[in-house]
Design a protein around this ligand. Structure first.
Ligand code: AMP
Length: 367
């Protein structure tokens, strides 16, 4: 079985690592010669628009998938004309644009922040009156990890935010003073079977995910999130892993965004669930039976941003699992993650108290 992956970052790398035991072969397409998935699978270094490379990937692979959602929609559609592509290019296109994504949520009765489209300073001024400040101005496309965003607290923030972001189509959404951030990672197979991982609680700093805890309890919210995820998967006729990020406000979920791929808040599943999100994504796109998404005890996943603490110190913590992505350290870059797995939440917390100072946080930072 041959899987082509468009995009060669850590998600492609972890997909390949999960696929080898199943006897799957990989080829990775990425413009960067040093794409980190290239350390574990053959890399075709090429632009995403290169017809000849897309053709040769399609000729070799049984199915093509993606490691990030900003693959040019034309490249995804060009591939779809030649070979099976999962998730479907339509889901990819929807998730690439915050406006179409939020409109879909709204149409399906999934709560979102109030939002308005903004293409001029005048539109931003009138949107600010409708949405009401504080609000968050975001680029509709290519935003991730908090990039391409400005919080507008007062009317004075409107013009500077427009000057910073106004060269691209924008969306203004109400600022949610959330109690927590959570996510659901879900998977759907060829046959429409779905499997849902436990609700995950996420902590961000500077727009970047730092810590995920799973399972995080909160069974009512989990049921609500599973219901939204199931309906989205069916509506998109989806195949593969889909992640949805939510704010929790007044004990209800408000959808922030979805990612049509394996997700950072699902990395804990490698050690913390019966079947990892990476293996389940491959099982789904290859038409294999999905694996159990049941958690094995409790897990916490901490991202290595900029660099990773030393292996020896981390591995001295009971239940610690070290994942280096083979990337050159650089400020703000996700270069690895560490998962702590234990039989109960107290033991995970004890491990976190040792681990968090190693990544620059106080031991009680996220309690
Ligand atoms: P995003 O790129 O949309 O996932 O945003 C990154 C992070 O910024 C989120 O995880 C939140 O912590 C914060 N954020 C984004 N949108 C909002 C919002 N409407 N209200 C409050 N916080 C937000």
């Amino acid at each position: 079985m041959n899987v082509g992956i468009v995009g060669g970052g850590q998600l492609a790398r972890m997909l390949a690592l999960a696929g080898y035991p199943l006897g799957v072969h990989f080829q990775i397409l990425d413009p960067a010669a040093d794409a980190c998935a290239g350390q574990v699978a053959p890399l075709m270094q090429s632009d995403y628009h290169d017809e000849a490379c897309l053709e040769s990937l399609a000729a070799w692979a049984d199915v093509v998938t993606f490691d990030f959602e900003n693959v040019p929609a034309e490249a995804a559609r060009a591939l779809e004309g030649r070979i099976t592509v999962y998730p479907p290019a339509e889901a990819l296109a929807l998730a690439q644009d915050r406006l179409s994504e939020k409109t879909l949520f709204w149409e399906m009765g999934i709560p979102t922040p109030t939002f308005a489209t903004v293409d001029s300073l005048e539109e931003l001024q009138s949107a600010a009156l409708r949405v009401e400040l504080p609000a968050v101005l975001k680029t509709r496309r290519l935003g991730y990890d908090g990039k391409g965003q400005r919080v507008l607290r007062t009317a004075e923030d409107i013009e500077p935010a427009w000057r910073a972001l106004g060269s691209a189509p924008l969306i203004l959404e109400s600022f949610i003073p959330f109690e927590r951030e959570v996510s659901i990672v879900a998977v759907r197979g060829h046959d429409g079977a779905t499997a849902l991982y436990p609700l995950v609680e996420n902590h961000h700093r500077d727009g970047i995910l730092r810590l995920s805890r799973a399972p995080c309890g909160m069974p009512e919210l989990e049921r609500e999130g599973w219901d939204y995820a199931r309906r989205l998967l069916d509506r998109l006729n989806y195949v593969g892993v889909l992640a949805i990020e939510f704010f929790v406000k007044d004990g209800r979920l408000i959808a922030n965004e979805m990612a049509p791929r394996v997700h950072n808040s699902g990395h804990w599943t490698i050690e913390g669930a019966e079947t990892s999100q990476f293996e389940n994504h491959l099982r789904a796109i290859l038409g294999l039976p999905l694996g159990s998404t049941t958690a094995i005890g409790c897990s916490a996943m901490v991202n290595g941003i900029g660099d990773l603490p030393g292996r020896a110190a981390v591995l001295a913590i009971p239940g610690a699992h070290y994942h280096a992505y083979g990337k050159t350290p650089r400020p703000g870059r996700k270069v690895g993650h560490i998962t702590l797995r234990a039989n109960d939440a107290d033991a995970v917390q004890a491990g976190l108290e040792r681990l968090l100072p190693m990544v620059g946080f106080s031991p009680d930072e996220f309690s």
